[in-house]
Structures are given as C-alpha cells and as structure tokens.
Design a protein around this ligand. Sequence first.
Ligand code: DP6
Length: 327
Amino acid sequence: MKATAKAHTNIALIKYWGKRNEALILPTNSSLSITLDKFYTTTTVEFNKEQATDEFYLDGQQVNEKEQKKITKFLDVIRKLAGKQEYAIIHSINNVPTAAGFASSASGLAALAAAATKAIGLAVDRRMLSQIARRGSGSACRSIYGGYVEWQKGEKSDGTDSYAVPILDAKEWDLTVLSVMLESKPKKVLSREGMKRTVDTSVFYDGWLQSVDNDLSIVKQALAVKDFEMLGTVVEKNALKMHATTLGADPPFLYWQSGTLEVMEEVASLRSNGIQAYFTIDAGPNVKVLCEPKDEQQVIAALNSLVAVREIFVCHPGPGVTYVPTS
Ligand code: DP6
C-alpha cells in the first residue's frame, strides 16, 4: 500500500490555454510539450486504514487547508476508480524552484497520480495514467511521457479520449531549453484563473482557437524533419498569441514584466546575429529560451549580461514517469 514515483516538469511548445470542461479538466485545444530533465518531483503515497483524512507534506512541511483539499479531491478520483475508501499520507519532494515561479503542478500531479494509483493497487497503463493526472492539472497529463509529447484534446464529454501521447523520444532530438529566472514581482493572476477569465471574456480568444491547430501541425512537421528554425518560429508565435488573449480579457491582464521584454529583445538580437534562439513564456514573467546545444554557451552568455536575469537553469529533454523503490 506504499509507492514512490518521480515525474519531471514540461514546457509547452504549443500551449494548452482554455478548458471546455472545468471539472474534468478537458481542454479546448490540443497542446505539445517537452518534458525537461532538470526539474522533477518525487512523491511517496501510503494508504492506511487507520488514517482519518489525507495528510500531504511538501518538502517536509504540511501544506495549508486549501492545498490539502485539492489533493483530497484528486485522490477521491483515484479512490473511486479503485473502489476503496482509505486515506493516505503523502510526502512530496520538489526539485523545482517553485518560489521562483517555475510551475511544479505538472510534475507534482503526475508523480502523485503515478504513486497513488500504484499504492492503492489500481492497474493502469500509461494512457489511463495520463487521463488520471489530467484531472489534477491539465499539463500534468503530458509529464507521464518523456521527450516530446502531445496532449490530444479529445472530443468526448466524459474525457476518455483526452490524454497525452508520446511523439518523439528525448534522445531522438537534443535541444537546449534555458529556464531564465528573472528578478520579478509575484504574479497576480494564477494560470487556472487567467485561463478561465480569457475563455469567458477575451475578445481575442476566437483568434487563438482559429490558429492553434495549424501551429500544432507545423510543430509536428518540424519534429518529424528536425527543423529547428521551423520549430522555433512557430513556438514563439504560439506563445505570443496565447499572451495576446490576456490583453483582450475583461479585466485585462499581462504575465510579462519588464525583464520578460528584455529577454525577448535579446533573443531577437541573437537571431539578427545569426544565432538561432527562440522564446516561449507560460503564465508568469519567466522566459524559456530554446536553442541548439551547439549554441548553448553563447546564448547563456548573452542572457547573463542582462540585469533582469537572476539565474539560468540549463535543461534538455528528459524522461517520463518512473517508479522508485520505497524503503
Ligand atoms: C500556460 O496545467 O497549470 O502553462 O489545468 O488549470 O491546472 P490547470 O492548468 P495548468 O496550465 C498550464 C498553462 C500553461 C500552458 C501549458 O503548459 O500548456
């Protein structure tokens, strides 16, 4: 009744931005990401008949009531599938600089889904595991697999055809993803809230929906022929369109800060000097810069010269969920 799993974060090249069903976490569009080697969460789950409630410890500290409720709601999905009513003690260690605004929900929920299903004795294949992880946080369904991963949005209202599929193995194409941590202020709009506000109110949301499928097919084509310029160009455009939708929301909001623009401008200037580098940005001010491993040192040096840059984490495509022996 005890299991430990490890899952890595992922960065979306084509963004998941909007839900068609909030309870089941079903997206309005398909998305595609790279699972990263550097950041991961390791989670141990132990179900126990004596437990009166779930207890969740993150990096050794018990989380607050709100976080606790989210975990219980997620474990209820697994308990229902398993037909069991036991509560669990969960210990999660985050190897993600969360305080710096790097998303940990993807690795956190993917590791929890994997450890909890195993600990409760539920036999699931990867596809089912991806569907379960999705119920905790949409982007978590992609972290089940390593390398380049597509989350197929599906059409069904029960969500049984909405899960991730692997597209290209991590070792098939090594790219560099620089996670650029900025000197930034805390963000005001969380991704779940921002996504909802955009779907409900943004006058630009239709434009997003009209173009995202084409962006996705170009990325898949670029992955098939390993064309970095084709990949980077569309990845950047897709991120810009996602962020443009927030400006059309009511009330409008923007995840970028001044440092975000500094990095975007530096990436453009690297390109005008013949170095292929492209950016993408999630629901926060930090920027991810993509380049080929041969240009990695030059791109790092250029970004490090910016005053807004606090730290750069060098990432590459990483593995999917793995189980760790429990002591
Ligand atoms: C901008 O997966 O964190 O990073 O499903 O509400 O938990 P919930 O949202 P989450 O959203 C991620 C949004 C994004 C784009 C992406 O990762 O595809």
